[in-house]
Design a protein. Structure first.
Ligand code: CMP
Length: 187
């Protein structure tokens, strides 16, 4: 035991201990040019299988910022609007039946390069081809029932966000932990 430690069995506090304060000016404002938004939809299979919380947690744990969220039922008309580029494809009737079968949870996440980051976290479209460690690689064994949809480009993100959300349904906020997720030069 150190000579000047009181004989209580309790070590004195470390000089750097105590509540931490966020470094001043190290926030992660949504106004920086590197910030992006992406549309992420948790599909009926995700809700039916009780995987919403688990998969949402992966995005939260990654440090992505949730800025909008709603539960809804996709109608056939909404499905045709969302999946306009697939309407003529042979798999579309099955896709529409699947996406309208149960509720979905529509969200928007924000972050630097978030469109690419989320797509990589999801993995390949088919759960049979998605790499282990990705969301689809870990939880899906299907091409159609691949749990989560995410925008594939800034153009599709803007289009899909506009289909599902009004501007006043999107939050602008700066979580207090943001200063521990990225350094100032990264955002
Ligand atoms: P998503 O990323 O939402 O984009 C289009 C969706 O169509 C896709 O995920 C799958 O759910 C579905 N899909 C894509 N390709 C096929 C296919 N070949 N057969 C059946 N469903 C598909």
């Amino acid at each position: 035991m150190l000579a000047d430690t009181p004989q209580t069995g309790v070590l004195p506090p470390h000089p750097n201990s105590g509540p931490r304060r966020a470094p001043v000016g190290r926030g992660f404002p949504e106004t920086t040019t590197r910030m992006e938004r992406t549309f992420v939809m948790f599909k009926p299979d995700c809700l039916e299988r009780g995987l919403l919380g688990r998969i949402l947690s992966r995005f939260e744990e990654k440090g992505l910022r949730l800025v909008a969220m709603k539960m809804l039922r996709v109608t056939p008309a909404l499905a045709r609007q969302h999946y306009a580029e697939h309407v003529e494809k042979p798999f579309y009737p099955g896709l529409e039946e699947f996406i309208t079968a149960s509720p979905v949870v529509a969200t928007i996440f924000a972050g630097p390069e978030v469109i690419r980051v989320v797509r990589e976290m999801l993995g390949a479209t088919s759960g049979l081809k998605a790499a282990a460690g990705t969301i689809r690689g870990d939880y899906s064994a299907s091409r159609q029932m691949n749990l989560v949809h995410a925008s594939d480009s800034p153009e599709s993100a803007a289009r899909e966000i506009g289909i599902y959300f009004k501007p006043d349904e999107i939050q602008s906020w700066d979580p207090s932990l943001a200063c521990w997720l990225q350094a100032p030069g990264e955002v």
